[in-house]
Design a protein around this ligand. Sequence first.
Ligand SMILES: [Zn+2]
Length: 319
Amino acid sequence: MSFKNIQGHAQSVGILKRYLEDSRLSGGYLFTGPEGIGKKLIALTLAKAVNCSKGKFDSCDTCVSCGKIDRLDHPDVHLIATGDDEIKIESIRQLQRDISFRPYEGKVKVFLIDNAHKLTADAANCLLKIIEEPPKQSLVILISDRPALLIRTIVSRCKTVKFSSMPRKSLEEVLSASHGLDAGMSHFLAYFSEGRLGSALRLKDTGIVQKKNECIDKFILSDSGLLERSSKQERQELKQKLGIIASWFRDMYLLKIGMPHQELINLDRKDELLRSMPKFTFGEIDDIMQSVTDAVLYLDQNINSKLVMQTIGAQLWKG
Ligand SMILES: [Zn+2]
C-alpha cells in the first residue's frame, strides 16, 4: 500500500506528505484515532516512503526495501506490538540501543510502537528521553486509539496526526469499487465496522455475514438460543456475537425513530427487523444495549460467559 492508494484519510496523509516533501520528518509522531481505521498501515507506508529506493515522496511497493518492510523484515524498521500486554521498559531500552546506530541499509530508522498507551510508566519515561533528543535519520511513531492514557509529556513531545473513520456510505463505495465486494457485503461491512476500513477488511474473509445471520437466526430470533460454552478461546467469538446483537437492536431503534432503511446495518434482514420491532419498547431496547455493554466488560474480566449470554437471552426471549 502506498500513500496514493490510501483511501479516506486525505487530510492526515496530506500532512505526512508535506512533512516528507519539505524534509521535515524527524523525532516523535503520535498517530491517534479509532481502532481499526488503518493507523498502523499508514505508519508502515510512511516507513516505506522514507526508505524507498525508487519512489519520490511515496513508496513504490516494488523495490527491495518496500518488500522487506511489507514483510516486517527490514533491519531499520522495527515494530513494537504487544497486543493487550504492557510495553515494558526492556523493549524501550532495546529501542534506545537500536536507534543509536546509523541505518544499516535504509535511509531512516523507523520505530513503530503500537498501542502506545500500554507503555508502563518506566518505559514511557525512558522513551521520553529518546524523543527529547532524537538521533538524526530516525523516526519514532506511537500509535494509539486511547491517547488520553499516555503521559502528557510524551504527547507534548510528539507531533500528533489524527485519523478518523470514514463516512459509512463512502466506505461502502470504496469496498465495492476497490475491493470487489458485492453490494450486500459492502453495505454490511461498512456499517458494521462503523466506517473503519481496517476492521472491514479484517472481517471480509471471516465469513462474517454467515456468522451474523446464524447469530440472528439461532440466538436473537430463536426462543431459547444455543447454550453458549465458556471456554477462553471463544471469548473473541462471543464478543463478535455481542456486537451482532448490538447491531440488531441499534437497527431496531433506528427503525422505530423512522430513520431511512438505508442506514440499517442488517439491511438484508429488514423484514424480520420490522416484524420483531413491535415486541420491544424503547426502554427494553435500551436495557438490552446496556446488558450487551456490560457483557463485553464481564467477558474482559473473565466472568462466566454462559451466564452473560443467558442474562441477555432472558431479555430477548421474554414471554
Ligand atoms: Zn520502494
